[in-house]
Design a protein around this ligand. Structure first.
Ligand code: OFO
Length: 169
């Protein structure tokens, strides 16, 4: 059984993950609007992954018999100055999520909540991977600078990303 402080924090995290999904879907639509379909695909996969993250928290709360409280989702921006600007915003957002996950781990330790501590380990690893993936695209964009051929090739590569559903338990 979870303590109320943890239930509230996990409900808040469902909202954070839903906002992440909203943000990346918004970025996907912006990339569509500027003709970068590969970037748009990459962001749409990102959106699907975030929905899966939200559902992991949701299912965990249900499994623990806790009350789900869905909070209002903030409106994300829908325009960026450049692909680099959008990816830098993505990295900033992922760093924010990493600190939220770390705070949840701290709380689980403070409350001696072993089950939640274990549950959160998957997210610790996931954040390392998420930040690394985004950093790689940022590095590529910096190398390309304003070279259209380079951008075309990167767009083609990002278009190959596919959503790999995981067990959202
Ligand atoms: Fe992007 O990892 Fe969840 O929010």
């Amino acid at each position: 059984m979870l303590q109320q402080k943890m239930i509230d924090a996990l409900n808040k995290q469902i909202n954070e993950e839903m906002y992440s999904a909203y943000l990346y879907l918004s970025m996907s639509s912006w990339f569509e609007s500027i003709g970068l379909k590969g970037f748009a695909n990459w962001m749409k996969v990102q959106f699907q992954e975030e929905m899966e993250h939200a559902m992991k928290f949701y299912n965990y709360l249900l499994a623990q018999g806790a009350e789900i409280k869905l909070l209002a989702i903030e409106q994300p921006p829908n325009k960026w100055n450049s692909p680099l600007h959008a990816l830098e915003d993505t990295l900033k957002h992922e760093q924010h999520i990493t600190s939220r996950i770390n705070e949840l781990v701290d709380l689980s330790e403070e409350l001696k909540d072993r089950a939640t501590y274990n549950f959160l380990q998957w997210f610790i690893d996931e954040q390392v991977e998420e930040e690394a993936n985004v950093r790689e695209i940022i590095d590529n964009l910096k190398l390309i600078n304003d070279n259209t051929n380079g951008l075309f090739l990167l767009d083609r590569e990002l278009g190959t990303r596919q959503f790999q559903p995981q067990n959202a338990e």
